[in-house]
Design a protein. Structure first.
Length: 332
């Protein structure tokens, strides 16, 4: 009799606890997170969510956002999950340590493009593509709208300290289809103090130019081709500071001290005897300095626009440049 009385009671107790047991089995593969670490979730459609990840499993991620509350995002819709740091926020507002901060107007710095990320910098004269192909290593290509010249770039970056970065790289270019005999090479190093929101950069390099000159001798009615190579030290001081989530002040410079003396032979017509005579001249390239102060608008996390005024110092005097420096950044 007791057995008949206890059996229904036992069944009721097991049925009462079955939802709890079942729920525990379903959550066995769930990773609960109670850390106050902010994350950025980027979906395949490029939409982004920032906040604390409450938990995630093989099917979905639950993130607590400030504006929309808790959101469940299916795993197959997520392209990237990234942990955020202090440099991604300003005054508590997410700004993103965007990859565009590796560039100023003309020069680069010691910061790196993250592996798998890429962007294009549209200029009035042509595009500039940059790709993060490995940890701390990126490559790129820049050219004009006529593909004259075509310049390839490579840069390896390394963080020396919390606020110090060093990069070494090179630029290699050719005159392409218009002038295949023309080439440039520019190995450089860049030392950057600060992070992605505020930094100062010092860089130096040695620019080499390779070209050919065809000389015509009117006396022999023959032409000769001479190949030349010229080298020149190049310097730069640049920096940027983010004054609001949407605005950064940017400064860039390009400094080329006077070049070495170069001897050149030309043919000059003599009115005395009506013949051409060979004249040797010695000259050197003048110092050149270009300064570009400007403003960058961070229009979206994956886009920016910057505008700058250009001034130049050449041949002993300052020369204003009437065309402004206008550039658009887009993440690829």
């Amino acid at each position: 009799m007791k057995t008949k009385t206890l059996l229904p009671l036992l069944v009721v107790i097991l049925l009462g606890f079955s939802p709890v047991i079942s729920s525990g089995q379903e959550r066995s593969d769930t990773v609960l997170t109670h850390q106050k670490v902010k994350h950025l979730i980027i979906k395949n459609d490029n939409s982004r969510y920032t906040g604390e990840i409450l938990y995630q499993d093989m099917r979905e991620v639950i993130i607590r956002t400030e504006n929309l509350g808790d959101i469940a995002i299916p795993k197959h819709e997520i392209r990237e999950i990234r942990e955020l740091g202090e440099e991604d926020f300003r005054d508590g507002v997410f700004t993103g340590a965007d990859l565009f901060t590796t560039r100023y107007f003309l020069t680069t710095n010691g910061l790196h493009v993250r592996k798998g990320e890429s962007y294009v910098q549209w200029n009035l004269f042509g595009p500039d593509f940059q790709f993060g192909v490995a940890d701390n290593f990126g490559v790129g290509v820049m050219t004009s709208w006529l593909a004259i010249p075509i310049i390839g770039t490579a840069k390896y970056s390394r963080q020396l300290g919390e606020n110090t970065s060093l990069a070494a790289g090179t630029l290699l270019g050719t005159g392409s289809w218009a002038q295949p005999d023309f080439g440039i090479a520019l190995p450089f190093v860049a030392l950057t103090f600060g992070g992605r929101s505020h930094n100062v950069n010092f860089s130096t390099g040695y620019g080499l130019v390779f070209y050919s000159v065809e000389t015509y001798n009117p006396n022999t009615d023959r032409s000769t081709t001479e190949k030349f190579r010229e080298g020149r030290l190049l310097l730069s001081l640049a920096g940027m500071t983010r004054i609001s989530p949407a605005i950064s002040l940017v400064f860039d410079s390009f400094i080329a001290p006077p070049g070495p003396y170069r001897t050149q032979t030309i043919w000059e017509y003599s009115w005395e005897n009506g013949n051409y005579r060979e004249v040797t001249t010695t000259e050197r390239s003048s110092a050149l300095m270009i300064f570009v102060p400007g403003i960058r608008w961070h229009t979206r996390p994956n886009a920016a626009f910057q505008f700058g005024f250009t001034g130049a110092y050449f041949d002993g005097e300052f020369v204003p440049v009437p065309i402004p420096m206008v550039q658009w950044f887009r993440k690829l």
